[in-house]
Design a protein around this ligand. Structure first.
Ligand SMILES: [Zn+2]
Length: 230
């Protein structure tokens, strides 16, 4: 059966979607939306992982988040390129699932894979609407791209809006725990759990709530009813 998604999260590596917006994914699943994750690479090699382990961990995290689908593309970890071939691969996934919102990496990041995926997704958004292509799927123009606030950089990024994840921060942390090879076996990365909570707490404080995730947008944020802003 063909699923149409409300939200498609596109990350360079398994775990990027969870770090960037795991709380938002869990919250919107609770609200009844259909959500999928696309990992552009299998994330390997890493010091403690293998392709099989990473796939199993990503599947486990997907179950914890209760998402509707998760796919992995075959882009080369550490060497992801903004090529026409990769643009078409992502465009086909966009056509296949017809998401209303795409969430992906922000443009500013020291990790070249993340920057490449940001550019690939922008190009794929446009590519997906083209007619008379070789794609097996119908054309589709996704209305919106949103950037999560996760990057390997202390670059100051603008945040356009916050999502309340006070009820789902624990689901996010559990989903990250599924990546044992990355965040538990690798001692250097264990601090991520405190970092994620501290950051969500800091952002939550800016809105008078407990925990939040931040997002930015390349286009204007349109409001139909100004009284809905809280
Ligand atoms: Zn990554």
């Amino acid at each position: 059966m063909k699923i149409k998604l409300d939200i498609l999260v596109i990350g360079a590596h398994p775990d990027d979607a969870e770090i960037g917006c795991g709380g938002t994914i869990a919250r919107h699943k609770q609200l009844g939306y259909k959500i999928g994750i696309l990992d552009c690479s299998n994330g390997e090699p890493t010091p403690h992982g293998s392709p099989e382990i990473r796939l199993e961990e990503a599947g486990h995290a997907a179950k914890i988040l209760d998402i509707d689908t998760r796919e992995t593309l075959d882009m080369k970890n550490r060497y992801i390129e903004n090529s026409i071939e990769n643009r078409i691969k992502v465009a086909d996934i966009i056509r296949k699932y017809q998401p209303k919102i795409i969430i992906t990496h922000p443009p500013e990041d020291w990790h070249a894979d993340h920057v490449a995926v940001n550019k690939i997704v922008s190009a794929a958004k446009f590519q997906a609407k083209l007619t008379k292509t070789d794609s097996p799927y119908d054309e589709f123009y996704p209305p919106r791209i949103v950037y999560f606030d996760h990057a390997h950089a202390r670059i100051q990024r603008k945040i356009d809006f916050l999502v309340n994840i006070s009820d789902t921060i624990d689901v996010k942390i559990r989903a990250l725990n599924a990546y044992k090879s990355q965040f538990i076996d690798n001692r250097d990365n264990r601090a991520i759990f405190d970092f994620i909570k501290d950051k969500a707490s800091f952002l939550g404080q800016q809105a008078g709530i407990q925990f939040a995730e931040g997002f930015s947008m390349p286009e204007y944020f349109l409001v139909q009813d100004i009284t809905t802003i809280i």
